[in-house]
Each structure stands twice: as structure tokens, then as C-alpha cells.
Design a protein around this ligand. Sequence first.
Ligand code: ATP
Ligand code: LTN
Length: 334
Amino acid sequence: MINDKKVLYSGMQATGNLTLGNYLGALKNWLDLKDEYECFWGVMDLHSLTVRQEPAEFRKKARNLLILYIAAGLDPKENCIYFQSHVSAHAELSWLLSCFTYMGELNRMTQFKEKSAKHSDNINAGLFTYPVLMAADILLYQADYVPVGKDQKQHLEITRDIAERFNSIYGDVFTIPEPYIGKGGAKIMSLQDPLKKMSKSDENVNGSIYLMDDADTVVRKCKRAVTDSDGEIRYAEEKPGISNLLEIYSSCSNISIADAEKEFAGKGYGDFKLAVAEAVNAVLAPMQKEYERLQKEKDFIDGIIKENDEKAAYIANKTLRKARKKLGLTEKPR
Ligand code: ATP
Ligand code: LTN
């Protein structure tokens, strides 16, 4: 607990351009939770290094991600929005926790298997120990809840296992976090291959709607979305394309899938796709406007970064000191 509130922790990697999947699966849920909890939202720039980055572009992307968090509605005065790499406790606790994590556990991680297949020329140790750093992120802040998309559930489970293992030896050092998977938008699929997750690193740009796509691009991508030939707008496993569009429509318009099905009963796919695009654009437009405005507020953003780095480091270092002490590392003379 911080300030009598339960603690919530989450973040995104600063790679690629954020997609509607990132928004509906993560950011949108964060907005719903931001007032009720003491929140920490990280720009996970250390995690991004598991894949090779072009330095100048990476620096811009990381800052833009922080700005996007704020443009989407997270409040940098109420919540702590910061860069993971600015708080060195993350890397330090990650090392300590790696000594409590088994190779076999890490070997089972789906994301590791997928990413090593995709980047077969660069299967680095960071990609393998990625979940340990993620555990450190979460445990440093004694988080009670971690809102993530379904694909991250396995990483939450390993975080809990590592924390429980550590606590069982050294006493209650870490809060055991719970995943928080939002109701809608938990897994938005690619518009071009609705059996595949919409992903910011997808090579086919038509599969993903990016948060910075302009209105016409969104309409074009929705019109081109892969569907089926049955002609009925209903949610069903055998209709992954239409089901995905229903999911997008219902999440963007904040109505249930059942209500969306009723609304489009008897209508054609063409009309439905246009309505989906409109609903998406209604979500994106205000965010894009605020993003453009914030880009010009350099001093304000720099101030936010400084303030929140300090706030995050204060909490993180408290936990790190506790872990160090329990492990028997010599204390630093003051
Ligand atoms: P990459 O393509 O680089 O692997 P990604 O698009 O999967 O990235 P992450 O940075 O791994 O994005 O994830 C950020 C957050 O967005 C996580 O909480 C993740 O669960 C969520 N998320 C990502 N893609 C989707 C999606 N298609 N549907 C719902 N949630 C998603
Ligand atoms: N692996 C996460 C990003 C991430 C994260 C975290 C999410 C890194 N550390 C801590 C929640 C809590 C992803 O979304 N790909």
C-alpha cells in the first residue's frame, strides 16, 4: 500500500509504433484504474534492448511513448510515469532475482520461444532472462495488480513463483502480484490474419491499426480487413475476422458485443467495417491532438520525467535495500 491505496504496476516496451491492440489491451484498462490505485507506468526501455535498436530512433521512440501515455489520459502528477532505465534498481534487483530463477522455467516461456524464432540471428541472454527483469519491475514497487494483455499472463506467473520462492526463504520481502486482465480487448487480432495477434512488430502494416494512423488510413485498413463469406455479423469462433472487428467496435464504443451484434443485425460487412473505422477514429482523434500538443511542451515533459524518476527511484530503492539486506550483502557505509 502507498498512500492507503493498492499499488498497480505496468508498462510497455519502447519498440515500434503502438497499435490499437496495445491501446485496447493495455492503455485503456490503465485509464479505468488510474484513480483507484497508486499507479506506476514504466517505459520499458531496458526490455526493448533485447532486440537491436537504432540509437537515435530508439531515444525518440522511448520519449514518444512516455508522451503517448500522457496524451492517452494518464496523469503524470497523480501517477508515476517514468523510464525503466532511469531507475538502476531494476537492473540490480533483476540480477538478484536471476539467482532465484531456474533455466527450465525460463525455457518454457512462450514469448522467448516466439521471439527466438523471429530473431534467430540474435538469441541473446537478455531475451532469455527478459521475465526476470519484468519480475524485478513489478516486485520493486510491491505491486498488488499488474494490468496486462493475455499474452503476458505467463510472465506474471513466473513473477509470482520467483517472489514466493524468495519470500519462503527470507520472509515477506515482496508483495505477490495478481494479473489484471481487462474484460474487453484482451487480445486484438491482426486485420490481415485474424488468427494472429495484432502486433507492433508485424511486417504487414495493413494488419495493424497504429495509434498515429490518420482517419483515412484507418478506414482503408478496416475496409481491407480479412473476413469470411457467410455475410452475418456475429461473434463466433469460426468467424475470427468478424469477431475481431466486433471486439474492436465494442471496445471502442464501450458497448457489449451482444449489443453490437444487435446493432448490425441484417447489415452488410461494408457498412459494418465503416462503422468500426468510425468508432476507432473517435478514440484516436483526441489522443493524436493531445500528442501533437505535448510534443511542443519540452520543458513540461522534462519536468515530469525528472519528478517521476525520483519518485520511482525512492520506492524502488526501498525494496532493493530490503532484498539486499535479507540476502546478506554487506551494507554500504553511510
Ligand atoms: P511486439 O510486437 O514488439 O512484441 P506488442 O505489440 O506485442 O509488441 P508489447 O510491448 O509486448 O506489445 O505489449 C504492451 C502491452 O500491450 C501488453 O500489456 C500486451 O499484453 C498488450 N498487447 C499487445 N498486443 C496486444 C493485442 N493485440 N491485443 C491486446 N493486448 C495487446
Ligand atoms: N513484457 C511486457 C512489458 C513489461 C511489463 C513489465 C508489463 C515489462 N515489464 C512489468 C507489466 C509489468 C509487455 O507488455 N511486453
